[in-house]
Design a protein around this ligand. Structure first.
Ligand SMILES: [Zn+2]
Length: 249
């Protein structure tokens, strides 16, 4: 499930006026990019941005088995404090899978979560774990690979015939075989104009066509996109994602 389909500042963007027609479409309200993998034995989050709490409440998701962090930009990690509700619920740390560099960022950003406190003080307890090429989690077989987000790496994931590529500007040669035979692809297309660290609409469309999934949903969208207007102009098999979009795994 796409928890959030929006770019880093969310849509609508604070401080900007929008026409009533734009605001009339609930699909133009995009929270920060995140995904929930709803497995047969629990749920796994991909990213934990500032909207995580409201996203889980909105979708009625009450269990989280673990979290993959694709990279540590603010729009992907700033909801991690709210993971403490799950620490309280399960009386254990939440497993968080990311690269060693991003683990270091998380230790710095949420340094209080790694200190000792007297009993009764609750902070998020995060068990920082490495990303393996293959994870079995919540009853799901999750394959991982690293993509390029401008100058930094970003984690991509595949579950069965579904793949999620957020915050991506280039797909390294060794990753292409991991993207063959996809039924559904969710792919970054941040805006209409080219961007140094993201696919924009044109590069996302050509990449989607090259990957050749049966269905592609574009995500991490800014307010350049008016949902129904843009969708009407996209090639068949390619649509904009929206908050709450559900795809069968
Ligand atoms: Zn982002």
């Amino acid at each position: 499930m796409v928890l959030g389909s929006g770019t880093s500042n969310g849509v609508p963007t604070l401080g900007k006026p929008y026409p009533a027609t734009y605001l009339a479409d609930p699909r133009n309200f995009r929270t920060r990019a995140a995904l929930a993998l709803l497995g047969p034995a629990g749920n796994v989050l991909v990213d934990c941005g500032p909207d995580m709490r409201s996203q889980l409440l909105r979708e009625g998701i009450v269990d989280v088995e673990g979290v993959f962090i694709t990279h540590t930009h603010a729009d992907h990690v700033m909801g991690m404090d709210d993971l403490r509700s799950f620490c309280l619920k399960y009386k254990r740390s939440v497993p968080v899978y990311t690269s060693p560099d991003y683990q270091e960022d998380i230790r710095r950003i949420f340094s209080y979560a790694f200190r000792e406190y007297p009993p009764g003080i609750w902070v998020p307890r995060l068990e920082l774990l490495p990303v393996e090429p293959h994870h079995r989690l919540a009853g799901l077989e999750i394959k991982t690979f690293w993509l390029e987000h401008g100058p930094i790496p970003v984690l991509g994931l595949r579950v069965n015939d579904f793949a999620y590529l957020t915050d991506v500007s280039a797909i390294p040669d060794n990753v292409w075989p991991c993207l063959s035979g996809l039924e559904t692809l969710v792919l970054d297309a941040v805006r209409l104009e080219p961007h140094p660290n993201h696919f924009h609409l044109e590069s996302a469309l050509s990449t989607a066509q090259k990957i050749g999934a049966k269905e592609t949903y574009l995500t991490h969208l800014c307010d350049d996109y008016d949902h129904s207007v843009t969708n009407a102009s996209l090639p068949s098999g390619i649509e904009l994602a929206f908050d709450g979009l559900r795809v069968e795994l």
